[in-house]
Design a protein around this ligand. Structure first.
Ligand code: NAD
Ligand code: MG
Length: 390
């Protein structure tokens, strides 16, 4: 085995973060855990810090600082607070890999910082590539930094591409479960509650991505994520609904051959692959049994009802800051839906309007993303207040 890899987990208290820690527990000789971070969940961060003994922890929300500091006073663990600390801790010379397991736009700044510090990125935070894919891929290239996907569909594509260097991709198919409302009509969707939308058929994930899966925004974000990870055009990326979530995605090559990556849905596998690449470590995860799935089915996504998918394609083709505005609107509308301030179908409608109405910068620099993100959030909040409230 190689010498230990220093790991920073941004968002260690979330769904991806906690599963990453399970992977680490299985391979204690392979990783040195350097950094753990959380937004507000001080209790779990303390528990994780005591168990895994990282070099430092960051609690973003100031309210958590004193409790974390007091709980860890006896440990040899540095405690920092605030969003800026995320960008600083990833630069530590002890860190080799940064797992971006935090949710939303908040991932952008620390990811840029980590790339500039030449850290390998295991990217779960798809919003970073959605908002600023061009900037991130350029920085990664300039700094000779690898960005390994954690998202299961992108990990599938990445695995299918292993051994295919020099063979161009003709197209890819990203599979989608279709979420809990697959086959529902616009009328049926009007009165959907957060509790219904939070019940994903195949995956257990954080609240934001679960709602994104129900609105198909998650697939829209993934289409943009795939564009940047694999250098594809919109015409090369297709989405196919596959309710069983066994085929995690497919690549089609120019001779017409298609490769798929399959397995039971379990995020620990793509998390582990991103952290141990190019090696595959043994696992005791349950294995797929064909007899449990006598038929795997595929169907077209309903883009008329779930318009978020079209909005994402539109943003991707428009380039510039269009996807940044769409993402910002979506973060606001998903939160508002969870707080029962707007209805389920308002999410996609407001997202689309904000994407169209926010200023557009064709060749953005970092500061333009900051400005567009903030303007789009403001516009989205205005629309929430203008009569769409239930
Ligand atoms: P989650 O809500 O379960 O966890 C989010 C983590 O980020 C928590 O540790 C939280 O404390 C932290 N966080 C939240 N807001 C923050 C902020 N403003 N600043 C700093 N930290 C903050 O989310 P998740 O489901 O684990 O998803 C994390 C990322 O991984 C998302 O980008 C999501 O799209 C992506 N992803 C998740 C899954 C999954 O199975 N959960 C699958 C594929 C991709
Ligand atoms: Mg995914």
């Amino acid at each position: 085995m190689k010498s230990k890899r220093g790991l920073a987990i941004l968002g260690s208290t979330g769904s991806i973060g906690t599963q990453a820690l399970e992977v680490l527990e299985t391979y204690p000789d392979y990783f040195n855990l350097e950094v753990l971070t959380a937004n507000g969940n001080a209790g779990l961060l303390i528990e994780q810090a005591k168990k895994f003994k990282p070099n430092c922890v960051v609690i973003v929300d100031e309210k958590g600082y004193q409790p974390v500091k007091e709980a860890l006073w006896n440990e040899d663990i540095k405690v920092y607070c605030g969003a800026d600390a995320l960008s600083q801790v990833v630069e530590s010379s002890e860190v080799d890999i940064v797992l971006t397991a935090l949710v939303g736009y908040a991932g952008l700044k620390p990811t840029i910082s980590a790339i500039k510090a030449k850290k390998t990125i295991a990217l779960a935070n798809k919003e970073t590539l959605v908002v600023a894919g061009e900037l991130i891929t350029r920085l990664a290239l300039e700094n000779e930094v690898a960005v390994y996907p954690v998202d299961s569909e992108h990990s599938a594509i990445f695995q299918c591409l292993t051994g295919e260097s020099g063979n161009p991709i003709e197209k890819i198919y990203l599979t989608a479960s279709g979420g809990p409302f697959r086959g529902w009509t616009m009328d049926q969707l009007q009165n959907v509650t957060p509790a219904q939308a939070l019940k994903h058929p195949n995956w257990s994930m954080g609240a934001k991505i679960t709602i994104d899966s129900a609105t198909l925004m998650n697939k829209g974000l993934e289409v943009i994520e795939a564009k940047w990870l694999f250098d594809l055009t919109a015409g090369q990326i297709d989405v196919i609904v596959h309710p069983q979530s066994i085929v995690h995605s497919l690549v089609q090559f120019r001779d017409g051959s298609m490769k798929a990556q399959m397995g039971l849905p379990d995020m620990k596998l793509p998390i582990q692959y991103a952290l141990t690449y190019p090696e595959r470590f043994p696992t005791d995860f349950p294995r797929f049994n064909f007899m449990d799935y006598p038929s795997l089915t595929f169907e077209k996504p309903d883009r008329e009802t779930f318009i978020n998918l079209n909005s994402a394609y539109e943003a991707m083709e428009k380039k510039g800051t269009a996807a940044c505005a769409l993402n910002a609107a979506n973060e606001v509308t998903v939160q508002a839906f969870l707080e029962e301030k707007i209805g389920f179908t308002d999410i996609a409608e407001i997202n689309r309007r904000v994407m169209h109405d926010t200023q557009f910068v064709a060749s953005p620099v970092y500061e333009d993303f900051v400005a567009v993100d903030s303007e789009a959030r403001r516009l989205a909040r205005e629309l929430l207040l203008q009569g769409t409230i239930r």
